[in-house]
Design a protein around this ligand. Structure first.
Ligand code: A2P
Length: 348
C-alpha cells in the first residue's frame, strides 16, 4: 500500500504538524521521524498486563500481521517472553533487527544514575537484543526496592517506598550514557509534566526523543503536546482506547461514545480504529494493547482511510481535559503524591 496520500495530508491537528513522515511508501505503517533522524512506527503493540503465554502469542501474531513496533517495560515483567519471540524471528531470518522498533523502560527502583546501566543490560538480555530503539524513564518518581526484583516496593502499611532524593539531572546523564554506549538508539521519558520537561531540556546533552503518556479522546493532553511540540519531542499515547475503563464509572467508555460509534458506522470502521486514527492524524504514535487476534489485527489496519477535518473536530471536542484522565497512580502507589517529583496535581 502506498502511503503517499498520508504523507501529503495537510496537518489536521490544532497544533501544527512538525514531524516529517518517513518516505517508505511501500511500508504498511507510517513512521514519525525523531529529532535524531531515526524513525518510529506510528502503531506499536502495547504489552502492559500481558502475561507470558498471552504476550508470546500476541507478539508472534503481531509480527505476522506486520507490526514492527513493540512496547514493554521492566515493570511489566514480560520482557523474557517477548524476547523469546524476537530471538526466534531474528535467528530464523524472518525479520531483520533493524526493521524492529523496540521500547522498554527503566523502573522506578532504577531512578538513580548508578542503576541505569544495570537495568538496561538486564532488559537487553531478556529481550535477546544488543540495543533498544528507545529507552524511557518510566515515571519521574524514584522508589527504593529491597532488590532488583522488588519492582513495586511497599512498606508494612502498603505504602510505596519512595526515594525522596530523585535527581533528574544525574539520572538523565546516565540515560545519555546508554546512547553513547550503543545500548539505546534514542532515550525518552514517560509520565512527566511540562515543568519537568522544561528542566530536562535545559540540562540535556541528548534530548528526549519521545514522551509516552496517557492520551485518548477524553484526555487529549493539549498543553503537554504544545510543550513537546516546541522541543521536537514526539509523543506516544498509552491507553489510546481509553482503557482501563472502570465498571460503574459515571461516563461511558471512550469506545462507546456516540460520536465515536457513529463515525465508525459511517466510515465502515470499528470504534477502536476511529480512536487510533484520530491520534495518528495528530502525529501521535499509538500502542494499543490487545491479545485478541481479531482486535490486534484491526488495530493495525488504520492506514487505509482518513478522517476529514470535520471528523477530527468532532473527536477533538470530546476532550475533557484533566477530568478525562483514567490513570491516577496514587491508587496503585499509595502515598506517591508525597514525592517532590510526583508529576500530577492532586486532586485531578
Ligand atoms: P483485549 O486484549 O482483550 O483485546 P489500551 O491499549 O487503551 O490500554 O486498551 C487495551 C484494552 O482494550 C484491552 O483490555 C484490550 O482487550 C482492549 N482492546 C484492544 N483492542 C481493542 C479493540 N480494537 N476494540 C475493543 N477493545 C480493544
Amino acid at each position: 500500500m502506498r502511503l503517499a496520500s498520508l504523507s501529503n495530508a495537510p496537518a489536521q491537528s490544532v497544533i501544527p504538524s512538525l514531524w516529517h513522515r518517513a518516505e517508505g511508501t511501500m511500508e504498511r505503517v507510517a513512521k514519525l521521524k525523531l529529532f535524531n533522524g531515526r524513525e518510529m512506527p506510528m502503531v506499536g503493540l502495547g504489552t502492559w498486563q500481558a502475561k507470558d503465554d498471552e504476550v508470546r502469542q500476541a507478539v508472534q501474531l503481531a509480527l505476522e500481521c506486520g507490526y514492527r513496533h513493540f512496547d514493554t517495560a521492566t515493570l511489566y515483567q514480560n520482557e523474557e517472553a517477548i524476547g523469546d519471540v524476537f530471538g526466534k524471528w531474528i535467528s530464523e531470518g524472518k525479520v531483520a533487527r533493524e526493521d524492529l522498533f523496540i521500547t522498554t523502560k527503566l523502573p522506578t527502583i532504577g531512578n538513580r544514575a548508578e542503576n541505569v546501566t544495570k537495568f538496561l543490560t538486564t532488559s537487553l538480555k531478556k529481550l535477546q537484543l544488543s540495543y533498544v530503539d528507545l529507552y524511557l524513564i518510566h515515571f519521574p518518581v524514584g522508589c527504593i526496592g529491597k532488590d532488583e526484583n522488588d519492582l513495586q516496593p511497599r512498606d508494612s502499611e502498603g505504602k510505596v517506598v519512595l526515594d525522596m532524593d530523585t535527581d533528574h539531572e544525574s539520572l538523565w546523564k546516565a540515560m545519555e550514557e546508554q546512547v553513547d554506549a550503543g545500548r539505546a538508539k534514542s532515550i525518552g521519558i514517560s509520565n512527566f509534566n511540562s515543568a519537568q520537561i522544561e528542566r530536562i531540556m535545559k540540562f540535556c546533552r541528548i534530548q528526549p526523543a519521545n514522551h509516552q503518556v496517557e492520551i485518548h479522546a477524553f484526555h487529549q493532553q493539549k498543553e503537554l503536546r504544545a510543550v513537546c511540540h516546541k522541543h521536537n519531542i514526539t509523543m506516544c499515547a498509552y491507553g489510546p482506547l481509553g482503557a482501563p475503563y472502570k465498571e460503574g464509572a459515571k461516563q461511558k467508555p471512550v469506545l462507546k461514545h456516540p460520536v465515536v460509534t457513529s463515525l465508525a458506522a459511517r466510515l465502515g470502521k470499528t470504534p477502536a480504529q476511529i480512536l487510533l486514527r484520530h491520534l495518528i492524524q495528530l502525529d501521535i504514535v499509538v500502542i494499543p494493547k490487545s491479545s485478541n487476534p481479531e482486535r490486534l489485527k484491526q488495530n493495525f489496519e488504520v492506514f487505509d482511510f482518513k478522517l476529514s477535518d470535520a471528523d477530527m473536530r468532532e473527536l477533538d471536542n470530546l476532550d475533557q481535559g484533566k477530568d478525562g484522565k483514567l490513570f491516577i497512580f496514587s491508587d496503585s502507589m499509595i502515598g506517591v503524591e508525597n514525592h517532590p517529583e510526583f508529576p500530577f496535581k492532586i486532586p485531578f
